[in-house]
Write a protein that binds this ligand. Structure first.
Ligand SMILES: [Zn+2]
Length: 194
């Protein structure tokens, strides 16, 4: 099984940063993507970033890369897209906080299982996990990357880049390890079910 890791946005993307500019989503998600790929490889899991560039690669190109890799892996691949959430326009600190995971509206059974495994890993960390209801661990949304990819795909929103407390946590070593470990443990637990 091949694990494809996507990281959000690019250096030239407007917005997508904390109001104090201490966190920029493109840079942060690339750092976490590197950590996730590194940890998965140590565990003997084949993992690769599909957007190694610093620039913003279009969603259509990301999907094309993921679908190509899925085909090359004989349909034995999953995709995890790493992002940070935002409530406002990035001009001011906002109240929304916490971690969440999404699947597309046309999600396959395996996408749902993967999302559930990731949310369970997050709940195990005793962090704030945003859920649509107490029974449902993950969100369903019309997300291009989830809708257009052929492999099981989820999108993680690692806390809020416009919440002051979340940003402080995200930028701490503890926070970086936390969001990395959630992703790695969730993927590993999903792979155990296969
Ligand atoms: Zn994003």
């Amino acid at each position: 099984m091949k694990v494809l890791i996507d990281n959000g946005h690019g250096v030239e993307t407007p917005g997508k940063r904390s109001p104090d500019e201490s966190l920029r989503e493109y840079a942060y998600t690339r750092e976490i993507a590197d950590r996730v790929v590194g940890k998965l490889k140590i565990e003997g899991i084949d993992a690769v970033r599909i957007v190694p560039e610093e620039t913003d690669v279009s969603l259509a190109e990301r999907v094309a890369r993921a679908n190509q890799a899925y085909m090359e892996a004989q349909k034995q691949a999953i995709l995890v897209s790493i992002h940070c959430n935002a409530m406002g326009s990035g001009q001011e600190w906002m109240p929304a906080s916490g971690w969440s995971v999404f699947v597309g509206g046309n999600a396959s059974q395996n996408s749902n299982i993967l999302a559930k495994a990731l949310a369970q890993a997050a709940l195990n960390k005793k962090i704030k996990v945003r859920q649509p209801s107490s029974q449902v661990l993950y969100w369903t949304a019309d997300l291009y990357i989830c809708r257009k990819t052929n492999c099981p795909t989820v999108l993680i929103e690692n806390f809020f880049q416009d919440n002051e407390k979340d940003v402080k946590f995200l930028l701490s070593e503890e926070g970086k390890q936390c969001v990395t470990d959630i992703t790695v443990e969730g993927i590993k637990n999903y792979l155990k079910t296969k």
